[in-house]
Design a protein around this ligand. Structure first.
Ligand SMILES: [Zn+2]
Length: 405
């Protein structure tokens, strides 16, 4: 009897030990939960792209948009250091540098005016290649927030000079004038080529044909933005509102003479982005950081131009769809899509159109300026989950930095 008990006890012991061993084995074999780490970052900013703009795209398109493919969605409060309603320099600075600056200012601390460091510059220190693609001038507020530190967005000559010092590997946009028609008589395209080792292209075809890994494309506005439908709305904001270059560009585009031999403004943003990606991913053992701005959404908001904004969002979506595909095909890449602020106080107006008549979607506007409403954030790929919830605009670059460290 005793021996039976002993046997039973021993068997129980063995079973317990085996179970414990199995548990330890399973635990040791289970993959450790790894913190996400992004090798590459793509930061796509829609200037003035609020919920009205995104809604107009969703309602006017039957097929799945790039926005709807986002696994993670968040919200961003967009105010500046001194106003609930930000302008583009302050909005761009918060998204680039992680600090809210005063309206009108680019990359200067609001308290002591020290130079702020952007996430693009931090990525460079980490050994990443960097790029900028915009469908406005390279010296406009949003791209400039990533490489310039000046007290006013209007200092385009100084911004262009700081661009030549930025070390950005690839940049494509417009705005030759700030580089060559300068009060100091400097030719900054020459500086870029002779002192900084860039290939510089002044036409779209040369950009497309380039095999260079270090180049700047400084194109005409006709190259970087499609001809708009003629707009009856006059550019510019009401007195006291921000004066936006983008608004002027949106209105001027229809009148601009075609000075280029070969131009694809409808496809520019998508193709320029693809071109930048091709150049950046070559010889990039530490990955890359690419900032892209779709700038003219803001202009249509200022102009209260519903059709223009919807077309602009459709163009934005073509670029976004391409980027979503890129992220899916390149593990370790993070894509963050957001806006610096909302423009126009946009809503979707009821015009009696029925479901199915998607082309009839129209936007209503409540202002010709910016608004302080929150804007959406869409995140894809490596570390996307870090961008869920409500955050401040200044939090976004810190989250990116944490993922690329
Ligand atoms: Zn604006």
């Amino acid at each position: 009897m005793l021996s039976n008990h002993k046997q039973l006890f021993t068997l129980k012991n063995i079973r317990f030990i085996l179970l414990a061993l199995a548990t330890i084995l399973v635990a040791s074999c289970a993959p450790e939960k790894k913190e996400p780490h992004a090798q590459n970052v793509i930061y796509l900013i829609g200037d003035g792209m609020g919920f009205g703009a995104v809604s107009s795209l969703l309602l006017s398109q039957d097929s799945l948009t790039g926005f709807e493919k986002a696994p993670v969605i968040g919200l961003s409060e967009t105010q500046s250091a001194n106003n609930h309603v930000t302008d583009s320099p302050a909005g761009g600075s918060a998204l680039a540098c992680g600090t809210r600056v005063k309206n009108g200012v680019l990359g200067l601390d609001p308290v002591d005016s020290t130079h702020l460091t952007s996430i693009l510059e931090k990525a460079q220190v980490m050994g990443k290649k960097t790029g900028i693609v915009v469908n406005t001038t390279l010296t406009e507020a949003t791209p400039a927030a990533f490489y310039a530190n000046v007290k006013s967005r209007s200092m385009s000559y100084e911004i262009a000079r700081q661009f030549t010092e930025s070390g950005v590997d690839v940049a494509i946009g417009a705005g030759l004038s700030a580089f060559i028609n300068r009060p100091d008589s400097l030719d900054l395209t020459r500086v870029l080529i002779e002192e900084k080792g860039y290939d510089v292209y002044l036409d779209w075809k040369s950009v497309l044909n380039s095999t260079s890994e270090k180049f700047v494309g400084i194109l005409s506005m006709g190259d970087v933005h499609r001809r708009n439908k003629p707009t009856t709305a006059k550019p510019g904001a009401a007195a006291g509102d921000e004066v936006c270059l983008a608004a002027k560009l949106a209105a001027d585009a229809a009148d601009q003479a075609d000075t280029t031999i070969f131009s694809e403004p409808d496809l520019y943003l998508e193709k320029a982005t693809a071109k930048a990606l091709t150049a950046l991913e070559k010889n990039a053992p530490n990955g890359f950081f690419l900032m892209i701005e779709s700038a003219i959404i803001d202009g249509y908001g200022h102009n209260n131009d519903s059709d223009g904004m919807i077309e602009e969002m459709q163009e934005f979506d073509r670029t976004l769809q391409m980027l979503v595909q890129y992220v899916n095909a390149h593990p370790g890449t993070l894509l963050v899509v957001t806006a610096d602020h909302e423009t126009g106080g946009t809503g979707v107006g009821y015009k009696g159109h029925k479901v199915g008549e998607k082309a009839d979607v129209s936007l209503t506007f409540s202002t010709k300026g910016h608004t302080g409403t929150v804007v959406p954030i869409f995140a894809y790929g490596e570390g996307a989950e870090k961008f869920s919830g409500i955050m401040k605009n200044r939090d976004v670059p810190g989250k990116i930095e944490a993922l690329i460290k």
